[in-house]
Design a protein around this ligand. Structure first.
Ligand SMILES: Nc1ncnc2c1ncn2[C@@H]1O[C@H](COP(=O)(O)OP(=O)(O)O)[C@@H](O)[C@H]1O
Ligand SMILES: [Mg+2]
Length: 250
């Protein structure tokens, strides 16, 4: 596998939500919620986005309280001389984010604050209010990334929910995405027209929640999917193609 990022339909829906944010009527509606099951590429997309735009990325931790959150953001902003007073720390964060946002605007680049794994903090009012406070002061686009619980928890914070009319749900790969992912990530050319390797399907869609015996039928049902094997000459095992890694290919 190549270590590359592939622009999938989820990525395109995410970037168009960010574009809509630029054209929003109400300035305070500057939050975007990104959610979807694990493994669908949310973190990979945020990593791509922050690299492209110079945005600030934080990964929430279960134990975050307001002080820990501010400490993390100060570190991410490379502020080493941290003031003692809570108020001064907050002011410094706002000033630095404002500077970064202004430079980005001058260069015509979008700038935002990304909080990944936001489910872990979405039931903590002091942290959520802290994020809203930072986002609100300069209408800083803020992206909250999480799974199913995030949307439910946000309903408890109408003042945040009202700022996040833009929601992007990450969905399992479409056939076109799968084709692009195979082309973009495989180190060997893949012939079209043969079934997609099971291991690839597992990477692209959430785990099949059905009981094991039904899952097997489900996988057998994929036999006729129009995708190539990872290696054109991949050996077959009990009637199914092996992924290149299993078959001993590099
Ligand atoms: N668009 C993509 N291009 C390349 N690799 C991807 C892409 N989307 C996801 N992946 C890979 O799939 C795996 C799971 O993605 P991840 O971003 O961690 O999912 P999530 O954050 O939604 O749980 C990672 O190894 C990631 O590198
Ligand atoms: Mg993730």
């Amino acid at each position: 596998m190549k270590n590359a990022f592939v622009e999938t339909s989820n990525y395109r829906r995410f970037t168009s939500a960010l574009t809509r944010l630029d054209d929003r009527g109400a300035e305070e509606a500057c939050m975007v919620v990104v959610d979807g099951k694990p493994g669908l590429g949310k973190t990979a997309t945020m990593s791509r986005w922050t690299t492209q735009t110079g945005s600030i990325y934080l990964r929430a931790q279960k134990g975050w309280d307001y002080s820990w959150f501010i400490q993390e953001i100060l570190a991410e902003l490379s502020i080493t001389n941290v003031p003692n007073r809570k108020r001064d720390r907050f002011r410094l964060v706002i000033e630095r984010l404002d500077d970064l946002g202004t430079s980005a605007a001058l260069e015509g680049r979008p700038f935002s604050l990304v909080i990944d794994e936001a489910d872990l903090i979405s039931s903590k009012p002091e942290v959520m209010e802290g994020i809203r406070g930072i986002s609100d002061l300069k209408f800083l686009p803020t992206i909250l990334v999480g799974m199913g619980k995030l949307r439910d928890h946000l309903r408890r914070f109408p003042q945040i929910e009202s700022r996040a009319p833009n929601k992007v749900e990450f969905l399992p790969a479409t056939l076109d995405d799968a084709r692009d992912l195979i082309t973009g990530l495989c180190q060997v050319p893949v012939a079209p027209g043969r079934r997609m390797p099971e291991r690839m399907v597992g990477r692209l869609a959430p785990r099949d929640p059905r009981p094991r015996h039904q899952g097997v039928q489900h996988r057998q049902g994929r036999q006729d999917q129009p995708f190539g094997d990872l290696h054109p000459a991949a050996p077959r095992h009990r009637g199914r193609a092996l992924a290149a890694r299993d078959a001993g290919y590099p």
